[in-house]
Design a protein around this ligand. Structure first.
Ligand code: URA
Length: 230
């Protein structure tokens, strides 16, 4: 789509106002100022108008409070999936931006926007994800320090990136990581001699699970929440 059309369909500006804004250097595409009103915006590009990210029309962005026992997949022959919790029309073409294990609860993001979900999950972007983990026993000081600096996971020679650890109770911690390796939180805790009993994702970047959402409930993301990723 042309840049002036993109801006006119995803902001309050008319096509004429969009052209004026573009000529004035107020439009940015993937980090560069574009002054050519007719230049084509590539699919999934990040477009800013006066520094504010624009959401391409027609894309959908949702948060879901995932209950335990639901799998983070679009289809599964044996178990209920996250998409089964949504009405059919809303679920169409959605994919999950950052999966959770079946027994993990909490914040799951779903979208039709592949570029946006890439920014959520790409290890290059370092989008922080915060989990609450209840543990079989309290962590030692040395275990906490190891999680903060990076630990070596079983069957993975590359140490984890530094994580933030917040002790809420002796056996309840908040762990913030910027990667998304397979079973990462459980494996990090196992690497320091502990065991995760329950795991709940509280936030992804600045998007915090809405406390009004009961397990299984969902809502659309706000414009600010969508723009906060990236
Ligand atoms: N880390 C895990 O071990 N499990 C999850 O579901 C998410 C992160």
């Amino acid at each position: 789509m042309r840049l002036d059309q993109f801006i006119a369909t995803s902001s309050p500006l008319s096509r004429k106002e969009a052209r004026r804004a573009i000529h004035a250097g107020k439009a940015e595409v993937n980090g560069d100022i574009w002054k050519d009103t007719g230049k084509h915006v590539p699919a999934g590009a990040r477009v800013l108008l006066e520094g504010e990210a624009l959401t391409p029309k027609g894309e959908r962005y949702l948060m879901l409070n995932k209950p335990s026992g639901v799998v983070s997949a679009t289809r599964d022959s044996e178990h209920p999936t996250a998409l089964d919790l949504l009405p059919g029309e809303l679920a169409r073409d959605l994919h999950i931006a950052g999966r959770l294990d079946a027994d993990t609860t909490g914040l799951l993001l779903l979208t039709t926007d592949g570029q946006w979900s890439h920014r959520v999950t790409s290890p290059k972007v370092n989008c922080p994800k915060t989990y609450r983990a209840s543990l079989s026993s309290a962590l030692s000081e040395s275990a906490i320090e190891a999680l903060r600096t990076g630990v070596t996971l079983r069957n993975d020679p590359v140490p984890t990136k530094p994580a933030q650890v917040n002790i809420l109770k002796p056996d309840l911690i908040e762990l913030t990581i910027t990667e998304g390796r397979y079973h990462q939180v459980k494996r990090m805790l196992a690497a320091v001699g502990s065991h995760v009993e329950t795991l709940h994702r509280h936030s992804i970047g600045d998007i915090i699970l809405d406390p009004a959402l009961e397990p299984g409930a969902y809502r659309e993301l706000t414009k600010q929440e969508i723009a906060s990723i990236g």
